[in-house]
Design a protein around this ligand. Structure first.
Ligand code: NDP
Ligand code: HEM
Length: 495
């Protein structure tokens, strides 16, 4: 016997032989009474849980948020106390690919953060882009269907993507970012993160401020061209996992500067009058010129998980996880997400997903949820299993009450697509691109449009032209070049 721990069954009985099934004679058959074999096979059959319906492929690590500035005039949240350090978890991901997808594919990247604050978990479930494809939660399942496999062919469909995008011009801003250089970061450390939605902060005086969260990479932006990415994928489908895990394992800790943009409550009306955009429209940014970035602190990733499945696959991020001092906004997409994520976790992981170590708050938790599948550590006081009670159960704390949201209006389904300006902000972005960036944008789009029917291509080209004549003309030219090259290679093949 060595000093290694003794192998046992899951009920703790020591195991004498973990190599040979129990058989009648040396060649079998195997006995049903070999329950240790049955346990092994049954456990293996249950090793997979459903992958995330979106953002299935991901890479994650733990780290620290250090607050270097004082933003207490905007928020009373303990996590923002000047000088505070909060343990956190980050999970980066691609949106569309399944769990086995290649890391270096062109896609938006998820940028999900969980801060284990002393007043509960605050999750900021963002992306590496400040905007999104759609502005109404009704459109999210439709949009995602276009990114996943076609029901008949079981292939990804460029036709579905461009059909949807060309019919939903609010997607133009995000499509332009996706098709730009930043559409394939070389690894997650070379990209920014954005909370994207407008959230709110509230202070000790009960004043509310609308807020956008930004995490700017200190590593700089690095990205692959389509050709470079193809070369990487040919060699490894796991290039992000290798890079993120490898860097942290080697003591190279990536960092991001955290900033906020702040708009005092009430100012959203002036913003809308001035710009024509709602401050809560997820397809738009707040221009830096009007709402400058305010530094909060620095985030560093410095610890790899020990168990990918337990800590990254079973991590559960909820936009609804906020703490006193941080609140929501009327953003329709955000409101839809507040329901969607906890619902996804209860299905994907189980009712008590938030009792798993990775999801568990690092502060005391006391509530009256009971029983169900796998409750862990819920019954601390078995007499106080309802509320109100006289048996010492947890009670509410009015001191953390959020100030009221001042919402009013007629209940209706409000059409915005026909009225809104979908072009000015993509125009501002296009104006930032130099000649080389524009050329790559055009050819990335032309490549992604291969095989799409002309009618859909023309509808999309009309949107690009409305952004900028040069944008439409550039993509048209790139499409022609791609077509000429394709017919040249077909005629060569026929020779
Ligand atoms: P600014 O000139 O102040 O800021 C430009 C922003 O664009 C910077 O944040 C820069 O990020 C970012 N950027 C540069 N290249 C790309 C790219 N290929 N994809 C995505 N972002 C990129 O301008 P404004 O604030 O007036 O905004 C102009 C446009 O910039 C917007 O319409 C929007 O498309 C884009 N943008 C704006 C952001 C905002 O919150 N205001 C945030 C991100 C993008 P970095 O500093 O990291 O280089
Ligand atoms: C993951 C729904 C919009 C970022 C998910 C998941 C669902 C979902 C169901 C899988 C959760 C899980 O199983 O763990 C929605 C809905 C949206 C929406 C209904 C709109 C109404 C957005 C937006 C962003 C975003 C706008 C970014 C700003 C993410 C990220 C993940 C994710 C980063 C992966 C989180 C992780 O790493 O576990 N989304 N989403 N989503 N979503 Fe969304």
């Amino acid at each position: 016997m060595t000093d290694r721990p003794r192998l046992t069954t899951s009920s703790g009985a020591p195991v004498a032989d973990n190599q040979n099934a129990k058989t009648v004679g040396p060649h079998g058959p195997v006995l049903l009474e070999d329950y240790q074999l049955i346990e092994k096979l049954a456990h293996q059959n249950r090793e997979r849980i459903p992958e995330r319906v979106v953002h299935a492929k991901g890479w994650g690590a733990y780290g620290t948020l250090r607050v270097t500035e004082d933003i207490s005039k905007y928020s009373r949240a303990a996590v923002f106390k000047p000088g505070s350090e909060t343990e956190m978890l980050a999970r980066f991901s691609t949106v569309a690919g399944e769990q086995g997808a290649a890391d270096a594919e062109r896609d938006v990247r998820g940028f999900a953060l969980k801060f284990y604050t002393e007043e509960g978990n605050w999750d900021l479930v963002g992306n590496n882009t400040p905007v999104f494809f759609v502005a109404d939660p009704y459109k999210f399942p439709d949009f995602i269907h276009t990114q996943k496999r076609h029901p008949r062919t079981n292939l990804r469909s460029a036709t579905a993507m461009w059909d949807f995008w060309s019919l939903c011009p609010e997607s133009l801003h995000q499509v332009t970012i996706l098709m730009s250089d930043r559409g394939i970061p070389t690894d997650p450390t070379f990209m920014n993160g954005y909370g994207s939605h407008t959230f709110s902060l509230w202070n000790e005086q009960g004043e509310r401020f609308w807020v956008k969260f930004h995490f700017k990479t200190q590593q700089g932006h690095k990205h692959f061209t389509n050709d470079e990415a193809e070369g990487v994928i040919a060699k490894s489908r796991e290039s992000y996992q290798e890079a993120l895990y490898g860097k942290i394992d080697g003591g190279e800790f990536p960092k991001w500067d955290m900033f906020i943009q702040v708009m005092p409550e009430g100012e959203e009306k002036n913003f809308e009058e001035k710009t024509g955009w709602s401050a809560f429209d997820l397809t738009k940014v707040w221009p830096h010129g009007d709402y400058p970035l305010i530094k909060v602190g620095e985030m560093e990733l410095n610890r790899n998980p020990e168990n990918y499945f337990g800590e990254i696959e079973q991590s559960a991020f909820n936009p609804s996880n906020v703490v006193p001092g941080i609140g929501f906004s009327p953003d329709k997409m955000l409101q839809g997400r507040l329901f969607s994520y906890p619902d996804a976790h209860r299905y994907r992981i189980g009712t008590h997903y938030d009792t798993l170590d990775v999801n568990k708050p690092r502060c005391p938790v006391a509530h009256y949820h009971r029983d169900g599948e796998m409750p862990r550590g819920l019954m601390t006081n078995p007499d106080a299993y309802y509320e109100p009670n006289s048996f010492g159960g947890p009670v509410e704390d009015p001191s953390v009450a959020e100030p009221p949201h001042r919402y009013a209006g007629d209940v209706d389904r409000y059409e915005f697509r026909g009225k809104a300006d979908h072009y000015s902000q993509p125009r501002a972005l296009f104006a930032l691109f130099d000649e080389g960036q524009r050329k790559r944008l055009f050819s990335n789009i032309a490549g992604a449009m291969a095989g799409v029917p002309d009618e859909i291509v023309e509808r999309q080209l009309a949107h690009f032209t409305k952004v900028d004549e040069a944008y439409g003309a550039g993509v048209r030219e790139a499409l022609k070049t791609a077509k000429d090259q394709a017919s040249l290679s077909t005629s060569h093949a026929a020779e």
